[in-house]
Design a protein around this ligand. Structure first.
Ligand code: PHB
Length: 402
């Protein structure tokens, strides 16, 4: 059933009325619907569908049709084939989705040549948006969170030493660079950086974390892709008794993804993260978003940061449809999103007109057990209007090409 749902054309009528001039805009959606990372794909997909459902009136008399394809494993190969077919066979004027950085990286020459805008709803390697003028990102970069956390680790948590463990692929390297740059600029020292497997399958984190524990840092900063990797990280941290040894686990919010949080158990209590979204955020837009989500997908379901990227991504597409009056010329659609602002469930967001990357708040949070016996994110501080510091600092591959 699930298979049929994503393989076929999922037509979501935004309006029933329609006029003779109404356009049906096909949106090519590429997300991991199969394999170990399918959870992530479904979280983004549900957010796309929810936004479309709630905002039908905004683009009437036009309608949209989501044409969904599997992103496959995080290598980029399947995503490139799927997106190429969507452009050439299905003639989609816009693409959206892309959980994994290798997928977005692989597609840059394709969308540039076809002049098809691509809304990146998750992939978080900072320099991705430099690869094509048709890329617009509504998710995050690992620099947004990791740089802000590097500063907070030194200034707020008063950490002097850190060990970094990271999934060894582009966003992991970004998280290391972002954290280390800010932490060391504020007096901290990264005493070891441990590549800890890749995104394709969950490694046994024990040897990496044992090495970190033996080095006795104040904090261990970890980036792994959300999903089962995150659960394994927190469980390993608990099993090795690292909290009792006085070592704090910190990281971007990927390690406490809302859909995984309750399954992490008490080992998660006390974790400190920096991120742009969690389902506990206390603002009116988020209250509405979480309520609408639970109404459609069940009381026990929850949106998470990947859903926030999807929801905002579909809001961006609806804006582009309105701005181009349904014509969806690639250049015009991208232009309409430069400087676009949106009152998102994560707080106010904007697309930076220079970089086409998102500007948003980052929230420093601690995992606590609530009176309901469930794990929650308690907000400790807000860093407002954060730009991707990799591009601000023109760090390494983020520097503009000469
Ligand atoms: C990525 O591949 O860019 C990625 C995937 C999952 C995450 C974060 C980044 O949680």
């Amino acid at each position: 059933m699930k298979f049929a749902k994503w393989l076929g054309l999922t037509a979501l009528a935004l309006t029933v009325g329609g006029t003779a001039h109404a356009e049906t805009i096909k949106i090519g959606v590429v997300l991991p619907f199969s394999g170990a990372n399918a959870d992530l794909g479904h979280q983004v997909d549900k957010a796309f569908d929810l936004y479309v459902k709630l905002h039908a009136k905004d683009i009437a008399p036009n309608t949209v049709e989501l044409v969904k394809r599997d992103e496959g494993p995080p290598t980029g190969a399947a995503a490139k084939t799927a997106a190429t077919e969507l452009i050439t066979n299905d003639k989609v004027p816009i693409l959206a989705g892309f959980v994994f950085s290798p997928s977005a990286i692989a597609l840059a020459p394709v969308v540039t040549q076809a002049k098809v805008p691509m809304i990146i709803a998750n992939a978080g390697t900072a320099w991705i948006t430099n690869l094509s003028p048709y890329y617009v990102r509504t998710s995050f970069t690992l620099w947004h969170s990791s740089y802000a956390l590097g500063e907070a680790a030194a200034k707020t948590l008063k950490a002097k030493t850190a060990v970094v463990a990271y999934s060894d692929y582009p966003p992991g390297k970004d998280s290391l660079d972002g954290f280390k740059t800010a932490f060391e600029a504020n007096g901290g020292r990264v005493i070891d950086a441990i590549p800890a497997g890749g995104p394709g399958q969950v490694p046994d984190f024990t040897p990496f974390f044992q090495r970190a524990k033996d080095e006795k840092p104040d904090v261990v900063f970890v980036f792994v892709p959300a999903g089962d990797h995150a659960t394994a990280v927190v469980k390993t941290y608990g099993a090795l008794g690292m909290a009792a040894a006085g070592i704090k686990l910190i990281g971007p919010g990927d390690i406490v993804q809302d859909i995984k949080l309750q399954g992490m158990g008490d080992a998660a209590v006390g974790l400190i993260t920096m991120h742009h979204y969690n389902a506990d955020l206390d603002n009116p837009q988020n209250k509405k978003f979480v309520a609408a989500w639970k109404k459609d997908y069940g009381a026990d379901s929850t949106p998470d940061f990947t859903s926030a990227g999807g929801y905002d991504g579909m809001a961006a597409i609806v804006h582009a449809v309105q701005a181009t009056k349904g014509k969806m010329d690639g250049d015009e659609a991208v232009k309409s999103l430069l400087g676009w602002k949106f009152d998102s469930p994560q707080g106010p967001i904007m697309i930076d007109p220079e970089t086409r990357d998102i500007v948003m708040n980052e929230y420093l949070s601690e995992v606590v057990k609530g009176p309901d016996g469930k794990l929650h994110e308690k907000q400790l501080a807000v860093v407002p209007s954060v730009k991707d510091q990799c591009k601000v600092l023109a760090f390494g591959p983020c520097a503009p090409k000469k």
